[in-house]
Design a protein around this ligand. Structure first.
Ligand code: SF4
Length: 115
């Protein structure tokens, strides 16, 4: 097996499950539909996506990500998006998305958020 940073084969960055009965599960995807992040790695973290907030039957506050295409729009683009946002993950506050959307966390200081 090649180390990930040495291979020219980038197939690990995404795929489309054309057999899935729910495809396309998010409207508005313009590039290859990336199914790799079917369960978005940012679900428990702050993110820039256009999510809605709801309370499930157990009383837990959750994100409804139906309108978000960020982890699905293009194999390379969605891979890079998720990697960048997981560099300094900040646990989700449970609050609704802001306008403008949450900025990408940076490593130092209290005002360490960047777009
Ligand atoms: S809103 Fe988008 S980026 Fe944020 S957790 Fe949901 S799917 Fe992921």
């Amino acid at each position: 097996m090649q180390p990930k940073d040495m291979t020219k084969n980038e197939a690990f960055k995404g795929f489309t499950n054309t057999s899935c009965p729910f495809l396309p599960c998010h409207k508005g995807v313009q590039r290859e539909f990336n199914c790799l992040f079917c369960y978005c790695p940012l679900i428990a973290y702050e993110c820039p996506g256009p999510y809605e907030v709801f309370t499930d039957k157990n009383g837990v506050t959750r994100k409804d990500c139906s309108a978000c295409t960020l982890p699905h729009d293009g194999y390379h683009q969605s891979w890079n998006f998720v990697q960048r946002w997981l560099e300094y993950p900040v646990p989700w506050s449970g609050n609704p998305q802001t306008e403008p959307p949450t900025r990408r966390p940076k490593p130092h200081g209290d005002d360490d958020l960047e777009g």
